[in-house]
Design a protein around this ligand. Structure first.
Ligand SMILES: C[S@@+](CC[C@H](N)C(=O)[O-])C[C@H]1O[C@@H](n2cnc3c(N)ncnc32)[C@H](O)[C@@H]1O
Length: 278
């Protein structure tokens, strides 16, 4: 079979098994199996594939059809224009979170910042901000040692280990410094909503997904803690879950934050909250 024929057959197979964007998935998996760039497949459509080339692809396609995330199979993910290692040690970074990074950037004037990324996971927020702001010092905090190990690997690959440190801790509990920016994409799924999650999402670590019975417990706790760790006028930037904005905006107001605002993601969901303190 030629590259094009295998691509078409793989797309049909993934579509039948309800994989979203089957053609894109097929292209990524084939490029990965052949060790080529996705775009290069288009120059090679008529080439016949050997059995040696097809064998690894079959395994990948089967795993993808069984719900394993594409990013785990590829081992990497693109985020804010950078390539990060991605595996089961931490949450697969989501496109919404790229929007969080972009929106934080528009709110920052002085770039010689001290930043803490709470619930850093694979380190995508901490490392993307560090890459965008060469004068910033960044700390990534997480309760998961697995996630922190992956974040360190990502920092080393991106040559950012000098300016980005990682620390094990629960929210801001192990931290004594003060920051200009506290940014967080914490777990915000309610335990009761477990049954609504896709097979792909269930490959993420539980500690990265679930907060408590409501879903907003950890974000609320961070809203309580952040005033003690923000420099005067410092910014708190949060990614939150569907339907959580009203109650969390009230929590920010009750704690005397100022310049409180919210923003929608590209799907029209109120997904990001921003507030300053002091
Ligand atoms: C939704 S994931 C986000 C990961 C990464 N920031 C991203 O956007 O892709 C949440 C992260 O918070 C961490 N986490 C969970 N509970 C925590 C807590 N109490 N304190 C600090 N980190 C926590 C998890 O281990 C996980 O890495």
């Amino acid at each position: 079979m030629t590259v094009l024929e295998v691509l078409q057959a793989t797309t049909a197979y993934l579509k039948k098994r309800n994989v979203e964007n089957p053609r894109l998935n097929a292209e990524h998996l084939m490029a990965h199996a052949l060790g080529r760039k996705r775009i290069e497949l288009y120059l090679d459509f008529e080439r016949a594939l050997t059995e040696t080339e097809l064998a690894p692809l079959r395994g990948l396609v089967k795993r993808r059809s069984e719900g394993e995330p594409l990013q785990h199979l590829l081992g990497t993910v693109e985020f804010c224009g950078l390539t990060f290692l991605c595996d089961k040690r931490a949450l697969v970074p989501r496109p919404e979170t790229e929007q969080l990074v972009e929106r934080v950037e528009t709110r920052i004037e002085n770039r010689e910042l001290r930043i803490v990324d709470v619930g850093t996971g694979s380190g995508v927020i901490a490392l993307s901000l560090a890459a965008k702001m060469p004068e910033a010092q960044v700390l990534g905090v997480d309760v998961s040692e697995d996630a922190l190990a992956l974040a360190q690997e990502n920092a080393a690959r991106l040559n950012l280990s000098e300016r980005v440190q990682f620390l094990k801790g629960r929210l801001l509990e192990n931290i004594e410094d003060a920051f200009d920016l506290i940014v967080a994409n914490l777990p915000y799924v309610s335990i009761q909503d477990r049954h609504t999650l896709s097979l792909e999402v269930l490959h993420d670590p539980e500690v990265a997904l679930f907060a408590g019975a409501q879903g907003d417990e950890l974000v609320r706790e961070l809203i309580d803690q952040a005033p003690f760790r923000l420099r005067p006028g410092g910014l708190l930037a949060l990614e939150i879950g569907l339907g959580q904005s009203e109650v969390l905006l009230s929590a920010l107001a009750e704690k005397n934050y100022r310049d409180i605002s919210s923003e929608n993601d590209y799907n029209g969901v109120t997904r990001f909250l921003f507030a300053r303190y002091g």
